[in-house]
Design a protein around this ligand. Structure first.
Ligand code: PXP
Length: 248
């Protein structure tokens, strides 16, 4: 592989979480998105959840208007979300599992067990020109199914790897990292573009960034938290530096 580019997609959901905590108009996720662009983000990611707990429909309207970098719209595979995506036609759509009661996207999407429904679901999005991604655990069955249904991308869920790291379970973390490496290679062999994300921090990003098949990382919660201490631009610039160092 000669192209070693690794893009950074900055997820701005939790700017909206803070805004919504007080039902105010600030902090403004659009302002955060523009700052992220200035700091070197290659794309902006936003998850329009069914319960609208953070990003709102108006935020998506605004992002489509103001962004100069691509928008990656994360969404569940529902008719409502499909209609919204088809109305906006963002650069990318990432299909994620969604449960109302979860605090965050807890596991990967079950593609293998829901292949024909998901194939039908993504077909109009592909026809509309959206780059469709499936957010999956590092599991062979999910990756092979994603390739069969015509997804362009798989985003590998790094949550388990990050949780093991945080819990000090080094052997489990390293096993999960091996799985991520193996599954990134498999996905690339199947012709899928490979992304990764969820739970990544300054401490965990480099081994993932070093996986050569991975072209994009999507990172949000840690960066928005770190922005409290060092400012958003600086928080993003440091993540970018660590990614480049790992890639170098
Ligand atoms: N990728 C996907 C598909 C996600 O659902 C999320 C969380 O919304 C992320 C990446 C970013 O995760 P985090 O906010 O933990 O960095």
């Amino acid at each position: 592989m000669t192209d070693r580019t690794l893009r950074l997609g900055v997820n701005i959901d939790h700017v909206a979480t803070v805004r919504n905590a007080r039902g105010s108009t600030y902090p403004d996720p659009l302002r955060a998105a523009k700052l992220a662009e200035e700091a070197g983000a290659d794309g902006i990611t936003a998850h329009l959840r069914e319960d609208r707990r953070h990003i709102s429909d108006a935020d998506i309207d605004g992002l489509m208007e103001v962004l100069t970098v691509p928008l990656n719209l994360e969404m569940a595979a529902t008719a409502e979300m499909q209609a919204i995506a088809l109305r906006h036609r963002p650069h990318a759509v990432c299909i994620v599992p969604e449960k109302r009661e979860e605090r965050t996207t807890e596991g990967g999407l079950e593609v293998a067990g829901d292949e024909s429904r998901l194939a039908d679901f993504i077909a109009p999005l592909r026809e509309a020109g959206c780059r469709v991604s499936m957010f999956v655990a590092a599991e062979r069955a999910q990756i092979e199914a994603s390739a069969r249904i015509g997804a362009a991308v798989v985003e590998l869920h790094t949550g388990a790897y990050c949780d093991f790291h945080a819990e000090g379970r080094v052997a489990a973390r390293d096993e999960e990292l091996d799985r991520l490496r193996e599954m990134a290679a498999l996905a690339a062999d199947l012709g899928l573009e490979v992304h990764a994300g969820h739970g990544l921090t300054y401490d965990t990003v480099q081994p993932v960034a070093a996986i050569p098949q991975i072209r994009e990382l999507n990172i949000g919660h840690f960066l928005i938290g770190e922005a409290i201490f060092r400012g958003l631009k600086d928080a993003i610039a440091e993540m970018r530096r660590l990614m480049d160092e790992a890639r170098g």
